[in-house]
Design a protein around this ligand. Sequence first.
Ligand code: CA
Length: 425
Amino acid sequence: MRVLVKLGGSVRAGLGGEVMRVFAGLLAAMLGNSPAVAQTILPDGVQTAEAKMGTQAGLEAWVEAFRTRALEAGIPAASFDAAMRGVEFNPKVVERDRSQNEFTKTVWDYLDTAVSEDRVALGIKALQKHQALLERIEAEYGVEKEIVAAVWGLESAYGTYRGDLPVLGSLATLAYDGRRGAFFEAELIAALRIVDGGHVENFTGSWAGASGHTQFMPSSWEKLAVDFDGDGKRNLWGDDPSDALASTANYLRHWGWKTGMPWGLEVRLPEGFDYVQTTERVVKPVADWVALGVRPATGGELPDHGPGSILLPGGARGAAFLIFPNFQVIEKYNTADAYIIGIGHLADRIKGGPPIAGTWPRELRALTLEERRELQALLAIAGFDPGGVDGRMGPKTIAAVKAFQKARGIIPDGYPSLEILMLLR
Ligand code: CA
């Protein structure tokens, strides 16, 4: 359960003066609710403006002020002081926060790692080893064992890499760093309650404060973790994965997992397909997609799993997927399309399904954060609202790219490539 944080800070320098002023103004307007970021725009235009890195002394001062709020939230003073003593600022956490893989890699590079042959093979092994457990979890929560195994596989390599950073230190660093301070402060308070309750001994996790076999955030532990092995503890951190795997199934069920329904299905689109329809916003019954010539990548006829949308994570030259409501349920773990496809496809492969049949435009490189922000700013200047200049290629930015492509007579697949950026420049 990595947390996707809107990236604030850097914008590229080097645009012409006039454009730059418009750009700076737009940026300020778009980021108006985020003073910490707006302040980074200097009067003489947009400079490097990478948000300033904090310090240990800065963190300690922040903890001092935070103590009052934590005590007001019910954390006992002695417990707070014991837990927060020696908490360290970790600049690596801030760096990671600014460069998340799901958003900085192309989808094919991400999937090469996320669904590598090794991870598939280890998943099949893990499923065999824990078959009885995963079947009991599936029976109780209605989430297929391959999906639970895939989350485990992607979040911690089946329990191998659960993270060794102190959770309190990571959360304090991110709360103090401030881009989503309120969110991380709430998670830190939840983490302090977990420590105060004596629920965890060695509270370590990954950089964003997620921990355990399936990387739960503290607030998710409070709301949705379960004691599946019945020992009275909701233990996501020990070597036994029972509670963590059941908690993941409970989490997915809570967000509406539909038993027996696929997350998605790789498809082939016919020649002359109208790419304006390839968006999560266009949902059609399978019969309508069939009528438009959409076929499974493996051949034959599309099975009827109810209404779905067509997704092109690598643009018109990459693989196409018909996605169903369970796609949006996996999204509750992590909003990146690449991650969701990674979970779904890994589960399919663990179940014995084939690799992705479609090819990817591997000659294209991923846009850098600066380029993605520039793309958004230039789209806005050209009159296509990207929904913000945050470097995240979310639904609004993709819709803006599509509208721009359509206006230019290019296949409107919404893929934010370097070619599109060049055209906008
Ligand atoms: Ca337990």
